[in-house]
Design a protein around this ligand. Structure first.
Ligand code: PLP
Length: 407
């Protein structure tokens, strides 16, 4: 009898082997059978400083002695208070409110509900959401609705709500994006949601900070809420704490998850500006923000996030990230027979000749080849990318690129 586990984004009908991992440390995953793998994609973009970082593990263990879980509606605890205060301190100045949830998708759902609540409570009928082509914001119904339509969500298409897409600002074609955004904003959109600088699941598509800045200004000119989904791009991935920083952009609403706990344990926040919060503030109970998950602001997760923030304060994380960015770029540029090499901070990506689209046959072949060679890679169609934990050493990084070169 095979395992009863039903894995995400896995076609069990193909019979791919599923390695059993017993432990991890730094950039390495250790199999139960004694083999090991270099985690070249940070266990799906979450692990920032490395697996089992001692400070994060210790913070979880220590918190586990005190308080495991608490209803967060009308009650609070110190790890959440400390985390919220620190996030307000280090994130863009206008983001003064912190709403907790437990995954990137949920942080997006919360952002969309905040935006719609903002307009509803102000008495203006705005509910259109503007989105960028090729975006990914998660797999719940609302998050899928604002993401790129395709093979991933075709069976659910009848349930997805209508959105207004603007084209991806490919180099030289930015004006089309601005024009479409202008038109959408002029006709009463509620919000624009975007992944700043890098569209992750859409194929590691990068665009420049000046485009991000321009899009933010168009939204601001029309009072359209600007939602930055930094679930993947935050916590140093793009070379700065937030990708928005590089454009001097302050969003109205910000989604954070993945690296918020250093990637150790699920947690998310949606940060909001004072006007978004104030629109829900009233003596009228009908205007409260009607959203919660059971594990909202789980104390163990908040303790892990506080440890992550301490690492950012105490260790030379920006220098480490800058070094990794250079090391990635040098290795990517040395690859031959690839198309569209691109980097953004610690992220490096390129396209392999041989087919387009997420289901490109090269993806499972490359994944299997890498797995055999001791490297965890997971191409997006014919796009292969390297997004390792910041602690990866030169030898391991060389091995990752050797595997890509040997396809
Ligand atoms: C991964 C991701 C999400 C979804 O996060 P989950 O924790 O997997 O629900 C949302 N937005 C972006 C940009 C992501 O990369």
């Amino acid at each position: 009898m095979s395992s009863p586990v039903w894995h995400p984004f896995t076609q069990h009908g193909l019979g791919e082997p599923i390695p059993l991992i017993a432990g991890a440390e730094g950039a390495m995953l250790h199999g139960a059978d004694g083999r090991s793998w270099i985690d070249a994609i940070s266990s799906w973009w979450v692990t920032t400083h490395g697996h089992c970082h001692p400070k994060i593990m210790a913070a979880i263990a220590e918190q586990a002695q005190r308080l495991d879980q608490l209803i967060f509606a009308g009650w609070t605890h110190q790890p959440a208070e400390d985390l919220a205060a620190e996030l307000v301190r280090i994130m863009p100045e206008n983001l003064t409110r912190v709403f907790f949830s437990d995954s990137g998708s949920t942080s997006v759902e919360v952002a969309l509900k905040m935006a719609l609540g903002y307009w509803a409570h102000r008495g203006e009928a705005r509910h259109k959401i503007v989105v960028m082509e090729h975006s990914y914001h998660g797999d719940t119904i609302g998050a899928m609705s604002v993401g790129q339509r395709g093979v991933f969500n075709a069976p659910y298409a009848p349930l997805l709500f209508d959105v207004v897409p603007v084209p991806f600002p490919a180099p030289g074609r930015e004006q089309a994006t601005y024009d479409a955004l202008h038109t959408a904003c002029r006709t009463g959109a509620a919000a624009f949601i975007v992944e700043p600088l890098v569209l992750g699941a859409g194929g590691m598509l990068v665009y420049s900070p000046s485009v991000l800045k321009q899009m933010r200004e168009i939204c601001a000119a029309h009072g359209v809420l600007f939602i930055a989904d930094e679930v993947m791009t935050a916590w140093g991935r793009t070379g700065t704490l937030l990708a928005c920083e590089q454009a001097g952009v302050s969003p109205d609403i910000l989604c954070l998850s993945k690296g918020l706990t250093g990637g150790a344990i699920p947690l998310a926040v949606t940060m909001a500006s004072e006007p978004v919060y104030a629109a829900h503030l009233s003596h009228d109970r009908a205007k409260m923000f009607f959203h919660s998950s059971s594990y909202t602001a789980n104390p163990l997760a908040c303790a892990a996030a506080n440890a992550n923030l301490a690492i950012w304060r105490e260790e030379p994380v920006p220098a480490r990230i800058a070094m990794l960015a250079q090391r990635q770029k040098a290795r990517l540029n040395a690859l031959k027979n690839i198309d569209n090499p691109r980097t953004c901070g610690t992220i490096a990506a390129c396209d392999l000749p041989g087919g387009e689209g997420y289901l490109a046959s090269i993806a499972p072949r490359l994944m299997a080849h890498a797995r055999e060679a001791g490297v965890l890679l997971r191409p997006l169609g014919n796009t292969v990318y390297v997004m390792p934990p910041y602690c990866i050493d030169d030898e391991a990084l060389d091995r990752v690129y050797a595997v890509i070169a040997s396809i």
